[in-house]
Write a new protein. Structure first.
Length: 249
């Protein structure tokens, strides 16, 4: 059991001590890049294309500008600083606890003692991470609001690109092992989105809720039999935003 506790502790501390930058974390969505493997040479089949919708949204000028604006906005900077301060405090709290655990483990202390120390570390970490998440909630909400504004333009932009390229079958790149770069419409989709939406509002209006919350509420209503019949879900789901974490200095 001592070895198991040691491994679990290492994983727990990694989550807290190796936290990535906060609000800037939202910018770390898939970037456009060359394929990792060379595609075989051959004839490109007409009417087929691929597009990474999440990467397209994340690489638009509107999204990138929103990330920069959020980092410099006094209100969001205050949020980020508070989250960073709490993270620093959490790190300082966990380190002596981990040192004590490692010392007791090396000294061959009983498993019951080690388990109690480990549980205390887990509890302190969970509480600290919950507080950081709560601090960053307004920044997360802003990110989701920006993403939804851009995503709302996605169906029309995608339709324009597919029509221009004569695409009748669009595939998700994650479902493909290897393909020629000629099939990839992601970069062209970014350009189309940039023409459609030049900027996005940073702060959502009072009471605004992201699509994932609205969909959850809709599902709950349907299960309770209060939702209107024939309610349709959005044709294009919003890209999954990576949860921001406190920004490192």
């Amino acid at each position: 059991m001592t070895k198991m506790i040691k491994l679990a502790l290492g994983s727990a501390l990694a989550a807290a001590l190796l936290a990535q930058p906060a609000i800037a974390q939202t910018a770390k969505k898939p970037a456009l890049a060359a394929p990792v493997a060379a595609a075989p040479r051959g004839t490109v089949a007409a009417g087929i294309g691929t597009a990474d919708l999440q990467a397209a949204v994340a690489n638009t000028a509107a999204y990138k500008n929103a990330v920069v604006a959020r980092q410099s906005d006094p209100s969001y900077k205050k949020i980020n600083d508070a989250a960073q301060a709490r993270l620093t405090q959490l790190q300082a709290q966990l380190k002596p606890m981990a040192d004590q655990f490692n010392a007791d483990r090396a000294a061959g202390k009983p498993d019951a003692t080690l388990q109690a120390e480990y549980d205390a570390i887990q509890k302190a970490q969970a509480q600290g991470e919950a507080e950081i998440k709560q601090i960053l909630a307004p920044a997360n909400l802003s990110d989701e609001y920006v993403v939804e504004q851009i995503t709302a333009k996605l169906p029309a932009a995608l339709g324009n690109v597919m029509s221009r390229r004569g695409i009748t079958l669009l595939l998700n790149p994650e479902a493909i092992l290897v393909s020629a770069p000629a099939y990839d419409l992601t970069g062209e989709l970014v350009g189309e989105l940039n023409k459609t939406i030049a900027s996005a509002q940073l702060t959502p209006p009072p009471g605004w809720q992201p699509a994932r919350v609205r969909q959850q509420q809709q599902q709950q209503q349907q299960q309770g039999g209060t939702a209107p019949a024939g309610t349709a879900r959005p044709a294009v789901p919003a890209p999954k935003p990576a949860g921001p974490q406190p920004e490192g200095r």
